[in-house]
Design a protein around this ligand. Structure first.
Ligand code: GLP
Length: 241
């Protein structure tokens, strides 16, 4: 495990973007696993800038996102499809037909999950998986529970997750109750994992994840068993200099 402690969000976003950019430079046709949430926004802004400046070329990159809310169409402004398109894909030279996000409108999420994992495996697996962490320790939408769930699957969101994410919706009633998330298998099989945590409200759960027992009650703790984990964190919040 490599831990990079940063002074502030700006530095954390530069460090995380540098890890991703070096992956793309070393292997231009790499497979990236991507995350949503507010944490990676600065990272994506740096990647967009560096792409614009001709420093990183995403034209051969393929990507798979971690998760999507059930019931939201790709056009819904709180869907993760929309998030990725507006915060990254439209701003870099990636071929958008090679970017994949689980289908939140799927009628049969179990078959979608199976197909999503098979697709990832058929592309040789993920080279670099970017992750944020929920305040309850979730990664993707793998919520605290009694066992680690391996395949991409349907989850019922915890109330504290819906409350945490309500800030993006007009009211908590609009936050979907279910999501489809990549499971631990595709995440742990990624050749490199980059975990980001920024802000005072993430420090306690980050410590529990990295130093506490490996338990599905703290889903991110499974990352202690990953052979190439890079953690980029800062104690200061996103709006602090
Ligand atoms: C969501 C996403 C996670 C993300 C987490 C933290 O629930 N499914 O992938 O890591 O929120 O979000 P934020 O970065 O906004 O704190």
């Amino acid at each position: 495990m490599r831990i990079i402690r940063c002074e502030n969000y700006k530095e954390a976003s530069e460090k995380a973007a540098a890890v991703i950019a070096s992956q793309v430079i070393q292997k231009p046709d790499c497979v990236l696993g991507l995350a949503t949430g507010s944490t990676p926004l600065g990272t994506y802004a740096n990647l967009a800038k560096w792409c614009d400046e001709g420093l990183v070329d995403f034209s051969k990159v393929m990507s798979f996102n971690l998760d999507e809310y059930m019931g939201l169409s790709p056009e819904h402004d709180q869907s993760y499809h929309y998030f990725m398109k507006h915060n990254l894909f439209d701003k870099i030279n990636i071929d958008q037909s090679r970017t994949f996000v689980p289908d939140g409108l799927a009628e049969d999420p179990s078959s979608v999950g199976e197909a999503y994992d098979a697709h990832i495996a058929s592309e040789g697996g993920i080279d670099l998986q970017l992750l944020g962490i929920g305040r309850n320790g979730h990664i993707g939408f793998n919520e605290p529970c009694d066992e680690f769930v391996a395949p991409t699957h349907l989850v019922t969101l915890k109330e504290n997750t819906r409350e945490a994410n309500a800030r993006f919706f007009t009211s908590i009633d609009e936050v979907p109750t279910q999501a489809i998330t990549m499971g631990m298998k595709s995440i742990m099989q990624a050749r490199k994992v980059l975990l980001m945590a920024c802000g005072p409200d993430k420090m306690e759960i980050l410590k529990a994840a990295l130093e506490g027992p490996v338990t599905p009650q703290v889903p991110a703790s499974i990352l202690q068993l990953h052979k190439d984990l890079v953690v980029v964190y800062c104690e200061r919040g996103q709006d602090e200099a």
